[in-house]
Structure formats: C-alpha cells, structure tokens
Design a protein around this ligand. Sequence first.
Ligand SMILES: Cc1ncc(COP(=O)(O)O)c(C=O)c1O
Length: 379
Amino acid sequence: MPKLNDNIDSVGRGFADFLAPPPEGVIRFTVGQPDFVTSEAIREKAVEEIRAGNTFYTRSAGAPSLCRKLSKWLDVQFNIEVDEEEIVITPGCKQAVFYGFLGLGNPGDEVLLLAPAWPSYSSMIKHLSMVPVHVPVNMDGFHPDFSALQSAITERSKFIVINSPNNPTGAVYTEEEVESLVAFAVEHDLWILDDMIYATMAWGDSKYTSPTIFSGGAERTLTIGGWSKAWAMTGWRLGYIAGPASAMKAIHLCQSSIASHAPTFLMPAAEFALGDDERRLEMQNSFANRRDVIQEELSTIPEIDFWEPEGAFYVMIDIKRTGMSSIEFAERALSEAQVQLIPCSLMPHGEGMCRISYATNIANIKEGCHRLRNWLSGL
Ligand SMILES: Cc1ncc(COP(=O)(O)O)c(C=O)c1O
C-alpha cells in the first residue's frame, strides 16, 4: 500500500467527537452556528441568479462588484481600508484562514495562537508541516498575556493569529490590547492573521478593533471574515481575505490553484447581504438578549462559575469545583442531564472548562441550564 501524508494522524479532530448529533431531546449547547435560516431576501437573490443562468466560471478573486462593496463595508463598519483589488472571496472563512497559512508560511514556521484557541487553526497548521505554539491567555478573562507571548518567540516565529471576538472564550480584546499585539508583531516581524468572523457580535462596551488601524498593522495583517455568522449563512460557504498587495498576490495564487473561485451565483446574494442590515441587526440583538438570559441562568447554578461573555455566542464555564475533568463533565452532562457541551480540554490550556454556545433559542437556553442545575445539585 502507498503511504498517507505523514501529518494526517497528528492533525486532530477538533470538536468533532462532541459535535455529533445527539439523541432526540438533548439540548445542544455545542454548535457554533446561528439557529436562524438565512433571510428570505438573500435566499431569493441566489435563486434569481440560478434562474438567470449565472452558472459559469468567473474571476478567481470574486465578482468585482462584490469586492467593491465589501471594501466599502469593511471601511464603514470597522475603519479597515483595503483596496477592492486586494480582496479574495473564498469558499468560507475557514478556507481563507488556510490560504493565509498556505500562501505565506513554510514548513517549520511557528504560529502563535492565543490559547485556548479554535482547534481548526492547529489542524490547518499541522496539515502544512508548520508548528502551532499555544500561548496561554490570562485566565481571569481570556485576554492576551504579553509576557507569555514574549517568552514564546523563537527565530522560527512567523505568524500570530488574532480572533476577537473569540471562539471559544467569548473574549473581545480592547483597543489597547490590539495596539500592543500589533506592536509585538512589528517588533518580531510577524504576519497577523486577523480572524474577525465574529466582528459584528461584540456586546456591551466591547467592540472589535482591527489591527490595520495601528502603525505597522496594515502592511502585515490579513483581515479574514465571512458571511456564516453575521448573516446566518453557514452552509453557503462564503468568506473573504484582504490584505497588503504583496501577501494578496500569494493568496490569489492559492485560490486559483485550489478552488478557482467561490460559487458564481452565490456572490450576488453575498453582495445583497452586505446591504441587508435590518435582518443582520435583528439577529445580532437576539444574540445579545440570549447572552443576558444565559448569564442570568448560569448565575443560579452554584457548582459552576463562568466568565462574562464579551462577544461571539460562546460562554466559558469553570467546572473545577465539581471535581470532574472537562471530558467527564461533558460526557456526564450528556448522559445524565441530556445537555451537550464542548469540553475545553480538547484544546491546549482548556482543562477545567467547558464551552457553551448560546446560538439557540431562549427556551432551550433556559431548559439546558435548568437541567444542568438539577443534575449538579443532585450529585
Ligand atoms: C473562529 C472561527 N473562524 C472561522 C470559522 C469558520 O467560518 P466559516 O463557516 O465561514 O468557514 C469559525 C466557525 O466556527 C470560527 O469559529
């Protein structure tokens, strides 16, 4: 038998073992996707395009009018100045992240991840024979620990990934922290991969800050996002990557050799979505409301603690006082309380915690917390 790729066995399965569809009746606090169907108007737009026969190969970077509109949207929403020619529309944000590592990295390069980090980053890095370096964040709120970052630097350090609002922690880094991360990247000549897929979901006083607005940021930052979360379009597989011309030349080559382009008839719908603020804001408000409800509910469970979620739709619970490991807690919550959640020991520096996704309706949030409360009080 011919051999497989040597890295395949070390790539890991991320959250997959705990994301399997559970038996009926289980409350799912695991899935990182909005529970809303994509707005009817956006769906209609895609249907119209198919009916009109917009089914051919197209420009690799994506439809020019979509790139133009996205360039304006990024500027208006987040002060990100990027030329429409330096944008590539990709099949999902995930693939855009992969292009970032693929286009700019070499085997053996080290990538700094603020840990606990979304496990897909380390899988992608390992696929490419690069090295994930998990640098723990401050555990009092999951914000960057700059002395840990300094200690993690070696001559092979090449990238730092910023993901704020963060999956899994729900942290949103302050403007000062992002500015310091940029200064750190400049000092050590790192590329910044800014995965800002949750940028529109920052709660209370928190807000997403782009590294590109600080001195030295724009020339080393790849801004990476997509339509999945803000417009409830996970299944559409639409994302983007934007950055300085030198980097985008490499990213463009990745897209043309691997995917050619994002689906032709979906791009007008993505363009329409950028103008569909009403529905996006409605869903955003709904997540903000669910965040309030889950905090109220969790605060009535004495056996666990939690950190105030600042953004995205995740809340981390501290389960150490139960005496269980994360895996034991998640397995028993599923079998004894019929609640599915993610054990954070699946990620380096995540032991002692579980992640709850509150991208589900209020009734489920209340029922799931009620079950956890009853289960824990009966132990
Ligand atoms: C941090 C982060 N980046 C990227 C993605 C993937 O987004 P997409 O569905 O556009 O590939 C996710 C999805 O869970 C995520 O949590």
